[in-house]
Write a new protein. Structure first.
Lengths: 158, 691
């Protein structure tokens, strides 16, 4: 009886932990659907060589270098994008806003700029409050930025 | 071995071969409809001049390549015998390039930089006489050298026919040897990292030699099975860019089949089986060791699926193999902490082999741009670095030797900052830094009296900002020089060309060098980015660091009314504003749509087979195009497309100075090409007879 109770407790705990572990949406893959609101948005799943872009409500692999994009989606794990300190930058420096895509979501950016050729600065971290937008400046001479959280990152025009 | 063992072994072989062949056959049928071209290997056989005789056995001969002449070996061992033979071959090749026989120049790099230059006021207005087209003298035939190499015998070891790799089965050699392309290349000790070498029982395998053993039924069976396996192991060679890579199961089955097959015939021949020969480091042992390495927690990743080695990307051009990357053949991650890099501009170091050293000093230097130790351009970042290669046989790729750490040897695979980390070699040196310093070209100039008798010059650009693809802004371009084979570099501040539109120097932000032997170094230039045309200047070799001694070529202009303002065609001293576009600026309604209308990263050579100057670059459509000319200044031909844009994005075609066509020994032109998606450098081959 005690064993049964322990098993039930353990199973309940495991099941209870599941929603937390799977909070992030599934990583987009080429050919999977995306919503029309994400049209022209790019994302970069881990372990893929090129980004994906949402076209005609499908994620499509980018096959050649593209100009810096003004809207990026991160789905949880950090995606690393390059700025104007690296050939074929993914993002332009300037004002950006990150919007959580789920209630209580939190957006985080860690930027590294070029100090001199071959030398990067230490990461400069910007982190929003849960459920709140994050406004941040992508720095000049940005080498790379890691975007994390289930968030849509949009560059402010001008 | 008892009869039961034979039965078991035959059974295992049958099962593995049956399943593997079934998979292979099904795969082949499925892919047959898309194959319009013959496999690249057969294509090579029929099209590539001096390399023809070895093409069909490319991978077999891979292991005979002089990939690691730097490594001294203990005398009296088999390895010494093999490598000694290699060194001899390399020495022969040393004398084949023009670089070491060019007129010498007074060394200038040791002079203190002169910040105040004294332009010659009377020269800018007087064009100097354009000299007769320099056409370098043909050098010795490199193909002959390769033939010698292929015939080089080793004192001991496996006897094997290059033409018939499996014929050795009936020789005195105890082990059946299969000339599988990829496995032997993979097993080549010259291309292994120390970590990889640790997995291999022994890498000092005696190399196969040439025999003419007649074929017999057993050999025929061997060949048949080997061919099937070989086909399956290299199914993508040719023309199927969309074909998926083989799943690991197939590889595993076929690897098992190959192993069983080897052991079966070895046992029949009375020789030792796999387990018995491990210590002898036979190719079978290598295979086994590599298989063991494959289950290592840190295995070497397979090559990227696209392009596949040998894959034909156009009528004239195929992908040979990777130069950089965390995979075979060079595995630059484990040996140099290079997961990814680009550009790969190459030049002959012009340093003759010193017979008193155990390694060959005559090398190709390969300058690369932003370099990273982890995927997606992350990890340890170096803005530039240098790789080296003494590989003269490019059919199977370009091998890079291991690094030489802290032992005074300047001829290792790369300048290092740790035993396994290539280091950055160009720094701002007090000049404006920008975000990176990217090499664009290099050249060697003879400088008697210096340490190695030659000085390396490298042109680089200081980038202030990267923009959309093909767009970037530079601070300046400048030269750095090295008198120790690229180990240490000094930036020459007097060579800086700031990117200022009123100076004319804005057209020389990226460079290409050619030194045809007339005493000049010709320096081609383009503006920053990929939207401009190409211009040309020249300078006496000894004055390469002195910008005031440069001549700039103008095609001339007729001027206005009555010729007012006319500019005669010719070379103008110390006036970059006089330079006019020599190619890459087509005009007219249709001209702008012609291939080759804009010039990106480029390389220029004198091609002794064509008896013409050749330039490669990427154009406005991201085609890789080629133009030719009888003189450095032109008139240049229209652009011919070698390959169109490829998935992933290609750029920076950099010609190899030891290409058979460049040397006048064949029709093949080898060149490096960067693939953005992989962010690594590939070696390409173009058959100039098909352009």
């Amino acid at each position: 009886m005690r064993k049964t109770a322990l098993a039930i407790v353990a199973l309940t705990a495991a099941l209870g932990a599941l929603p937390v572990a799977s909070a992030d949406p599934p990583a987009p893959q080429a050919g999977t659907p995306c919503t029309s609101e994400l049209s022209e948005v790019m994302t970069w799943p881990t372990d893929t060589l090129t980004p994906l872009v949402c076209v005609d409500e499908r994620w499509q692999a980018v096959t050649t270098p593209q100009p810096p994009n003004d809207r990026w989606l991160s789905v949880g794990p950090a995606i690393t994008l390059h700025g104007e300190g690296m050939r074929n930058p993914n993002v332009a420096s300037g004002q950006w806003t990150a919007t959580p895509q789920e209630p209580g979501g939190q957006c985080r950016a860690a930027q590294q700029t070029v100090v001199s050729p071959g030398v990067k600065s230490s990461p400069q971290v910007s982190e929003g409050r849960p459920g709140q937008q994050l406004s941040l400046q992508l720095l000049p001479s940005l080498f790379s930025v890691e975007l994390s959280g289930y968030c849509l990152w949009t560059r402010t025009p001008g | 071995m008892g009869a039961a063992a034979y039965i078991g072994r035959v059974g295992g072989l049958a099962v593995a071969l049956g399943v593997g062949t079934a998979i292979a056959t099904g795969y082949g049928v499925a892919a047959a409809d898309t194959a319009d071209q013959p496999p690249s290997e057969s294509s090579d056989t029929t099209t590539s001049g001096s390399t023809d005789t070895k093409t069909t056995t490319t991978d077999t001969t891979t292991s005979t390549e002089p990939s690691t002449p730097d490594k001294p070996t203990a005398p009296g061992t088999t390895t010494t015998t093999v490598k000694d033979g290699t060194v001899v071959t390399a020495q022969t090749n040393t004398g084949t390039t023009g670089g070491t026989t060019e007129p010498t120049a007074v060394p200038t790099e040791t002079a203190a930089p002169e910040p105040t230059q004294t332009p010659e006021a009377d020269e800018p207005t007087t064009p100097s006489e354009p000299k007769e087209t320099p056409k370098p003298k043909p050098t010795n035939n490199k193909a002959a050298t390769k033939a010698d190499e292929s015939n080089t015998s080793v004192a001991t070891g496996t006897v094997q026919s290059v033409a018939d790799p499996t014929a050795a089965l009936q020789s005195t050699d105890p082990v059946a040897v299969f000339a599988d392309a990829r496995t032997l290349a993979a097993a080549s000790p010259t291309m292994m990292s120390p970590m990889m070498a640790g997995h291999v029982t022994s890498i000092d395998t005696p190399q196969p030699t040439v025999t003419t053993t007649p074929e017999d039924p057993l050999t025929a069976v061997t060949k048949l099975v080997s061919n099937i396996i070989g086909f399956v192991l290299n199914p993508l060679a040719g023309n199927m860019p969309t074909t998926p890579a083989q799943p690991p199961l197939i590889w595993s089955l076929l690897a098992f089949a190959r192993k069983e097959f080897d052991n079966f015939f070895a046992a029949l021949a009375g020789g030792p089986t796999e387990t018995e020969t491990l210590d002898t480091a036979s190719p079978v042992a290598r295979l086994t060791s590599l298989a063991l390495a494959a289950i290592n927690p840190n295995p070497i990743p397979p090559r990227p699926a696209f392009p596949a080695p040998g894959q034909q990307l156009s009528t004239s051009t195929n992908f040979v193999d990777w130069v950089t990357g965390n995979f075979l053949p060079n595995n630059t991650l484990q040996r140099f902490s290079i997961w990814g890099t680009d550009v790969g501009t190459m030049w002959d170091n012009g340093i003759p082999d010193n017979p008193s050293t155990p390694y060959n000093e005559h090398q190709i230097l390969i300058a690369v741009g932003d370099t990273f130790s982890a995927a997606n351009m992350t990890g340890d970042w170096r803005a530039n670095t240098i790789l080296r290669s003494g590989d003269t046989f490019l059919v199977d790729g370009m091998s890079i030797p291991d690094g030489e750490w802290f032992n005074g040897n300047m001829f290792g695979g790369a300048p290092l900052s740790s035993p396994t980390t290539a280091r950055q070699v160009i720094f701002p040196s007090g000049l404006p830094a920008g975000v990176t310093l990217i090499p664009t070209a290099g050249i060697s100039v003879p400088t008697p009296g210096t340490r190695f008798g030659a000085t390396q010059y490298m042109s680089f650009m200081s980038v202030t900002q990267w923009g959309s693809p093909g767009v970037w802004t530079t601070n300046y371009s400048a030269l750095a020089y090295s008198t120790d084979n690229g180990e240490n570099w000094i930036v020459a501040p007097q060579s800086v060309r700031y990117n200022q539109p009123w100076t004319g120097n804005q057209n020389f932000q990226q460079s290409a060098f050619v030194r045809p032997g007339d005493g000049y170094v010709y320096v081609y230039g383009t503006p920053n980015g990929r939207q401009g045309a190409a211009y040309v200047s020249r300078v006496a070799e000894k004055d390469i660091l002195d910008l005031t001694k440069y001549d700039y070529y103008s095609a001339g202009s007729p001027g206005g009314w009555f010729g007012w303002g006319a500019v005669p065609a010719g070379w103008y001293r110390n006036d970059p504003t006089k330079a006019t576009a020599v190619f890459g600026q087509d005009t007219g309604a249709c001209g702008v749509a012609n291939p080759g209308n804009q010039v990106s990263e480029m390389s220029v050579q004198y091609n002794k087979s064509l008896n013409k100057y050749v330039v490669l670059y990427g154009d406005q459509f991201n085609n890789i195009v080629m133009r030719t000319s009888d003189t450095p200044q032109g008139t240049w031909s229209t652009a011919k497309v070698l390959i169109p844009q490829q998935n992933g994005g290609i750029y920076a075609p950099m010609m190899h100075p030891w290409s058979p066509s460049t040397m006048g020994t064949g029709t093949d032109l080898y060149w490096n090409l960067s693939l953005w998606s992989q962010y690594n450098v590939m070696l390409m081959r173009t058959d100039l007879t098909k352009v």
